[in-house]
Write a protein that binds this ligand. Structure first.
Ligand code: GLN
Length: 243
């Protein structure tokens, strides 16, 4: 029986789940189980409240432009609680469309601007934007490898997005692009880290292919809820998988 438990919010999991981003929760659960932690899953979708203080981890997956327009309208109602969650160091993984919508805005392939909730400082322009000096009019698609500059860890993934994201002043990249395109195909950044929020364009999903990151984020979530236990040490004792 598990002695500890965490509550996970899957934001718009029925709409934003490109390439099975839900697999990130499966990966977290896989590691959690081995160290005696139960994971309670909650789908938080259109019309639902997101109560920041009820959750220890949140996943906001990717979606295509159309789904993003639907989610963007509802997301406004959750903006205050999401800001509260993020500013209180709540751990969150935002992938692709989810990553885009936490920022100021994203421009769809057809040129329509969709407002994000601006709880993070990045913005996303579209692939036709004249300011882009490289890879104009092309989707950024394919395998990608990055290196996290804080930890020296290498992460592998698959990207497929038209949007070009540029980070804001309090944001740092999840990693530097070694091969592939990353946030915008220009500045070698991929993804974002802000407080305990990790954003990325990696599908695959990122936690199944990169168990080192999954364990790091799980340790963050558990340490926030149960600070008396050395979770990193516990997780170091179990095998890191690449599925
Ligand atoms: N619609 C966004 C884009 O293409 C996000 C796509 C995704 O989440 N895979 O930029």
């Amino acid at each position: 029986m598990a002695n500890f438990e965490i509550s996970v919010a899957h934001l718009y999991g029925n709409l934003m789940n490109t390439y099975g981003d839900y697999g990130n929760i499966i990966a977290l659960t896989y590691y959690a189980k081995q160290i005696g932690v139960a994971v309670n899953y909650h789908l938080v979708s259109l019309g639902d409240d997101f109560d920041a203080d009820s959750f220890d981890f949140a996943l906001f997956g990717g979606g295509q432009d159309y789904e993003e327009t639907i989610v963007a309208k509802d997301l406004k109602n959750k903006a205050d609680q999401l800001r509260h969650y993020i500013e209180n160091d709540g751990p969150l993984l935002a992938v692709c469309g989810g990553f885009q919508l936490l920022g100021h805005y994203m421009v769809m392939a057809d040129g329509t601007r969709v407002d994000g909730i601006g709880v993070m400082d990045h913005y996303t322009i579209n692939m036709h934007e004249p300011k882009l000096t490289t890879l104009n009019n092309k989707r950024l698609t394919g395998n990608i490898v990055i290196k996290n500059n804080d930890t020296d860890e290498t992460y592998h993934g698959f990207e497929n997005h038209q949007g070009r994201t540029f980070l804001g002043k309090n944001e740092r990249a999840l990693g530097t692009v070694i091969s592939g395109n990353g946030n915008n195909g220009m500045d070698q950044t991929e993804g974002v880290i802000y407080r305990n929020v990790y954003g990325s364009y990696f599908h695959g999903p990122i936690f199944t292919r990169n168990g080192n990151l999954a364990k790091r984020v799980l340790a963050t979530a558990l340490s926030r809820k149960y600070p008396e236990v050395d979770w990193t040490e516990k997780l170091d004792q179990i095998e890191t998988e690449t599925f």
